[in-house]
Design a protein around this ligand. Structure first.
Ligand SMILES: Cc1ncc(COP(=O)(O)O)c(C=O)c1O
Length: 394
């Protein structure tokens, strides 16, 4: 479709990326091939020299993968996109593609666990140091920046505390200090948060979550604001090999078509569930950006286009109440991950964050009674009845 960038995200989700097909296929087919045949030796030579556009080998490029990448760049509003084998392949490619020994990173302290591990334990082996700060505290961000700071890496809303960082203000700090500005936009998706409006240079996604949306693919993406940042990143991804495979690329592109519908439907459900939970006598506290009681409600209204569908709540009954709820809740599946059409529920203290000491968990505000819900698109009244029944037993 011509000029697709001028259309709304609703139309972009349906049409972005799709290639004209020799057989008239409406959907880009799955090019399930590892390699591509050259017409003759000089054709092969021209492709390798980059004198002619074409496909050589799927790790370097593939029409199905390119379809997804074009769609991602358009929907997120960046210049170009790279589809990766997982969200973590995207994070690793970004770090390896932009940083070098002696560089320093300022990163949100509430960041996805494996991102924290790479920065704290792996990048240090290559001479790259990271300071983790509460990025919802702008003074803390400013104080953490040093002359060697090359990147500010933010995740907002944060997992599992749903704390929100001010993207515009952090963007100003990044610009002032000439730092690369990276955002993990997984929790919001391009439907609800527009990274490049805030000066972000690289937007990262675990496409395993909302972008694919059906809990049947592990994949990731890097979207670059400026075309000039694309080529070095492409080389890094092609050489390190964290590329997505054609079948998963097809599935994610298929998922993108309903992205806006899914995100909005799940958000409507989440708002109703959060309002119900807020008044429940067994619930101490609910963290959801769409509730006025959220400490950063105003900021969420300002920088997000909606509140999303991730809710954290703290049960008055602590650890045991969390475990009981996990064992009795109906409809909601007891599983990690998020952003799919099905509601998922998990208890960080006994699951994702069980490896942390109780003191470290408390410092990260992950209390024993904290429960995280990724709200899906089931019937909301049925979800509330299921929650009501389960809470009655805790
Ligand atoms: C916010 C966030 N970023 C990155 C990742 C890593 O993505 P993946 O599991 O696709 O590698 C996750 C996974 O849960 C996540 O929640």
């Amino acid at each position: 479709m011509k000029n697709i960038r001028n259309y709304s995200i609703d139309t972009q989700c349906i049409h972005a990326g799709t290639k004209d097909d020799a057989n008239g296929a409406v959907i880009t087919p799955i090019y399930q091939t590892s390699t591509f045949k050259f017409q003759d030796a000089s054709h092969g030579a021209r492709l390798f020299k980059g004198e002619e556009k074409g496909y050589i080998y799927t790790r370097l490029g593939n029409p199905t993968i390119e379809t997804l990448e074009d769609a991602l760049a358009i929907i997120e509003g960046g210049a170009k996109a790279l589809a990766c084998a997982s969200g973590m392949a995207a994070v690793h490619t970004l770090l390896a593609g932009t940083l070098q020994s002696g560089d320093h990173v300022v990163c949100s302290e509430s960041v996805y666990g494996a991102t924290q591990t790479i920065l704290a334990n792996v990048m240090t082996r290559f001479g790259i140091e990271t300071t983790f700060v509460d990025t919802s505290d702008l003074a803390a961000v400013r104080n953490a920046v040093k002359p060697s700071t090359k990147m500010i890496y933010v995740e907002t809303p944060a997992n599992p505390t749903i704390v929100i960082s001010d993207l515009e203000e952090i963007g100003k700090i990044a610009k002032e200090h000439n730092c690369i500005y990276a955002l993990d936009n997984t929790f919001m998706s391009p439907v609800l948060q527009r990274p490049f409006d805030f000066g972000v240079d690289y937007s990262i996604h675990s496409m395993t979550k909302y972008l694919n949306g059906h809990a049947d693919v592990v994949a990731g993406a890097i979207i670059v604001k400026d075309e000039g940042n694309y080529s070095p990143m492409r080389k890094m991804l092609n050489h390190f090999g964290g590329t997505i495979n054609p079948f998963d690329a097809f599935l994610v592109h298929r998922g993108l078509k309903t992205l806006k519908l899914r995100v909005m439907a799940a958000q409507d459900n989440a708002q109703k569930i959060a309002e119900y939970l807020e008044h429940h006598p067994k619930v101490e506290n609910v963290m959801y950006p769409g509730l006025k009681s959220h400490p950063q409600y105003e900021l969420a209204q300002k920088q997000q286009l909606g509140s999303g569908s991730m809710i954290s709540m703290e049960l008055k009954g602590g650890f045991d109440a969390g475990v009981k709820l996990m064992n009795s809740i109906e409809i909601m599946q007891l599983a990690v991950s998020l952003g799919g059409v099905e509601s998922l529920i998990q208890h960080p203290a006994s699951m994702t964050h069980a490896g942390m000491s109780p003191e470290a968990r408390l410092q990260a505000k992950i209390t024993d009674g904290l429960v995280r819900i990724s709200v899906g698109i089931e019937d909301v009244d049925e979800l509330i009845v299921a929650m009501d029944k389960a809470l009655a037993g805790v």
